[in-house]
Design a protein around this ligand. Structure first.
Ligand SMILES: [Zn+2]
Ligand SMILES: [Zn+2]
Length: 386
């Protein structure tokens, strides 16, 4: 019942039909999945590109895909940076991993004390795999890395890559603390993309990578508690709203993505406790055409995902709600000692630039003295890490 019965004018509504991040404990045998990006490669404020946060009752948390624009939604969940260090990628299109740089640099400045870890597929060639991608991302952001490593600390700027074979058929790619991730291939624009299944405590949550219908998903996702799979906009809408020529609008639904009718057939084979359709712009005038097309072939439980949709999975059921989170979130402090700058690192300045410092000592004298006294700092602290 929405809100529940309110019995006192100063009381609260007992039944929450929305999720306020940071206010609900997760049961020991419960999973929470939050959609932090459900959209497309083209940016829009209402929907970031693909990203999912998974929280398990054993305390483990994972990010699966971290597409462009999604980090603001992830951040709005108010989860301390040190709890969000394990990231799984289904493939290397920007709409599935572009915000890796945002969590990398953002978490680094906001209190993460440990390196990030990324799990992702290999490619048909070395230069098409996750290891190559992350290595070269760090090269592209070398100035960012070097200047933060000297001012803050280098450790949270490291990214450990665990690349696995994209050809594995339901192979285990991660096993720790009772949690298993398995992977199988997708058919999407080239070799490399995968779908991922998380198994824990007898539950299974499947994160479908971008794919044309393939034989593996129905087999390995079978009976999942939550089966997430892409579900494309109609070819007519791809023409009129996404500006695609007819030939591409047709092929996109058949050859490298998945039409809503195909999604329906796949979910009829999987028979999940709840199916989740995503990767479309979820508007009044697109949603129902997609929904109707899915219903031609599937009549089971279905979520038409949009950003900040939340699922709680227990033995009793799978619930769908919307999260209500602040637009103006701050990073939440978590466990872990803050790191000091590494005194062995050389400054990234030359004397030429340092000679350009304007003398503002007089203007700052009062507040700097008070601040240093209050926090027990010495003159040495100003120099270190600068
Ligand atoms: Zn893709
Ligand atoms: Zn995509």
């Amino acid at each position: 019942m929405a809100g529940g019965k309110v019995t006192s004018p100063t009381g609260t509504a007992p039944n929450r039909y929305v999720y306020y991040p940071g206010t609900e404990e997760l049961g020991a045998d419960e999973i929470r999945v939050i959609a932090c990006g459900t959209g497309m490669p083209t940016a829009r404020r209402a929907q970031a590109a693909a990203a999912w946060v998974v929280e398990l009752g054993n305390g483990d948390k994972f990010i699966v895909d971290i597409g462009s624009g999604s980090m603001a939604n992830i951040q709005s969940l108010m989860i301390p940076s040190n709890f969000l260090t394990k990231i799984f990628l289904t493939h290397l299109h920007t709409d599935h991993w572009a915000d890796l740089v945002s969590i990398w640099a953002g978490g680094w400045t906001a209190g993460r004390t440990v390196p990030l870890e990324v799990w992702g597929p290999s490619g048909a060639r070395e230069d098409m795999g996750t290891k190559y991608a992350v290595e070269h991302l760090l090269k592209a952001y070398n100035w960012d890395y070097m200047t933060r490593a000297v001012t803050i600390n280098p450790t949270p700027g490291e990214i450990k890559v665990h690349e696995f074979d994209y050809r594995g058929l339901n192979e285990v790619v991660y096993e720790e603390n009772g949690v298993t991730f398995r992977s199988w291939p997708c058919i999407h624009a080239g070799d490399g993309p995968v779908s991922l299944a998380l198994e824990w405590n007898g539950y299974k949550v499947v994160f479908g990578g971008d794919t044309a219908p393939n034989i593996w998903y129905p087999e390995y996702a079978k009976g999942a508690d939550l089966a997430i799979h892409e579900c494309w906009m109609t070819s007519d809408d791809m023409m009129t709203k996404y500006n695609q020529p007819a030939q591409l609008a047709l092929r996109i639904n058949l050859m490298f993505h998945c039409s809503a009718q195909s999604f329906g057939q796949i979910m009829s084979m999987v028979q999940p406790r709840r199916a989740v359709a995503y990767h479309f712009f979820n508007d009044e005038d697109t949603r129902y055409k997609i929904y109707g097309a899915v219903r031609e072939n599937y009549d089971g439980p279905l979520s038409m995902a949009t950003d900040m949709m939340v699922w709680n999975i227990t033995r009793d059921g799978v619930t769908e709600r919307m999260a209500v989170s602040p637009d103006r979130t701050w990073d939440v402090e978590g466990p872990g000692e803050e790191l000091a700058p590494d005194p062995t690192r050389d400054s990234e300045y030359t004397q030429f630039i340092l000679d350009g410092r304007l003398d503002v000592d007089k203007a700052n004298a009062r507040w700097v003295r008070e601040f240093m006294d209050r926090n027990g700092l010495t003159a040495e602290d100003i120099e270190q890490g600068s």
